[in-house]
Ligand binder design. Structure first.
Ligand code: ZN
Length: 182
């Protein structure tokens, strides 16, 4: 997070930035806070409940969440670690980087998180249900993992065409911007 400008759009699959293992955030300054604010805006614009660094094109261990959509329920997690994962529950998930794709994902029902806030201060929280699910989904992003990596055979068949379409759109766009650069 140097002097580059703030992200303007959500990174869409199969952009390779979604597949990297992110590095820890090391600097806590006004840029860190500005990035977190921008990520919350992008999340809201996309009607999402969470957004991770790679989805904003930033390969750093940061994610934001808002499980209720209430203005006071914004959360920022930097360098998060999940622990005490217990229980197991399956539910349908979407992802702002995978438009129109829905996948049934089995996750821990309850878990704890240890993370830093935008000032670098450590905190710990416990969650169950949706917030616990968001934490696990977003932490996956920080390790380059997506919900399509967790599809069973039924979801693979159901989403095959949409995934192929996203890949085709991306290839077309990449070709176009290569042409524009020449
Ligand atoms: Zn996602």
């Amino acid at each position: 997070m140097s002097a580059d400008s703030l992200p303007t759009r959500i990174t869409i699959y199969p952009d390779p930035r979604l597949r990297r293992v992110c590095a820890p955030v090391e600097e806590f300054n006004e840029r860190t806070a500005a990035l977190a604010q921008r990520m919350l805006e992008l999340m809201r614009e996309g009607n999402g409940v969470g957004l991770a660094g790679p989805q904003a094109g930033i390969c750093r261990r940061i994610f934001v969440a808002n499980p209720t959509g209430e203005p006071g329920d914004d959360h920022v997690y930097i360098n998060p670690e999940l622990f005490d994962l217990t229980g197991s529950v399956e539910a349908e998930e979407g992802c702002l980087s995978l438009p129109d794709i829905r996948v049934n994902v089995r996750r821990a029902r309850v878990c704890r998180i240890r993370a830093q806030d935008v000032d670098g201060k450590f905190f710990e929280q416990k969650a169950e249900g949706l917030l616990a699910r968001i934490w696990q989904h977003e932490t996956d992003h920080l390790d380059g993992r997506l919900i399509i990596d967790r599809m069973d055979s039924t979801d693979k068949i159901a989403n095959r065409k949409k995934i192929a379409q996203l890949e085709a759109d991306y290839a077309k766009h990449a070709k176009k911007s290569a042409k524009a650069r020449r």
